[in-house]
Design a protein around this ligand. Sequence first.
Ligand code: GLA
Length: 379
Amino acid sequence: MTGADPAGVWSSPGRANLIGEHTDYNDGFVLPFAIDRRTFVALDTREDGRIRVASTFDGAVAEVALDELDDLFPDRRGDVPEWATYPLGVAWALLRTTGVAADAVTGVDLAIASEVPVGAGLSSSAAIEGSVASALNETWGLGLDRVALAQAGRLAENEAVGAPTGIMDQMASMLGQPDAAIFLDCRSLDTDVVDLGFAEAGLALVVIDTQVEHSHATGGYRERRAACELGARTMGVPALRDLTVDDLPRAATLLDDVTFRRVRHVVTEDQRVLDTVRVLREEGPRAIGDLLVASHASMRDDFEISVPELDTAVEAALRAGAIGARMTGGGFGGAAIALVPHADVQAVTDAAAAAFEASGFRAPHVFTVTPSAGARRDA
Ligand code: GLA
């Protein structure tokens, strides 16, 4: 932006969630992994106490004084382009959580370039947050660890952007490891690295991006959260994490039908995450297919966050040889993932395209992803 060499380049990846959907904001378990598509931010310092952001998302540049961030969020967020609320929101969240004064840190120019498809359910937002948080943490000498940076990213997303999401995406983007998933307890924020071993098992992870756009700031996501909170309140527990499948018969007598099915999804999904971690460790990735399929059915029938395109993607993948498949992310659009033997990747790709065409849907984007490293400094 200034034409000068940037003071540094940082990056953070998108994520795919292997299993554990809509469990994070219920204090439950998730098993996401970082993918090999990243968002890069080049940072240069400036002397006038302002923050300026430019990106490959559009031609617009957003600029604000650091000491005006508090006025911008949340009430005047509409003054900047929506994508800019992510990087500016992270700057705001970092200053707010650390209590560092805006005039105690240097101004910055940030140039953002992303390889993570937007709206595909692969958390392009957490990739922006992770890269910007890493860059500012180092440049401003804040000394925050990766979990604290993930928390700042979530604060930005919840309060600055205004999307009531959990912390899974930010944790996956910050903490991802090559060839592994991150088993996260969303209550304690304890993590465990779980080897995936897809390549050794002759498997590929195929993403079928339906091209159906979704937003977590509106509608369905918020409603599901509210139903979960109602379910927990009625059952007399702090969060649905505190229920097990043994509590479901009692839940069925206390809750209305819709709330019960929302609760049943979360409670059984938490159990499926625990089962997936155990099966991965004991038997390897070829044995987790049924758990992925059961997760999709639960989201389709109980949580009701799938759409016909996602169901079609999952069914086509399974028919063409996938070991397991499910929608990933918040739902209402976005992508499905399929665990596929190498030899069947082309067949799954073709089957998804053919099934979409036959149903009159827009052609899907189909590609493979590799479990990869989390946030880092690149230059
Ligand atoms: C979105 C949110 C996450 C999580 C998932 C559903 O990706 O950002 O926090 O709630 O949906 O599992």
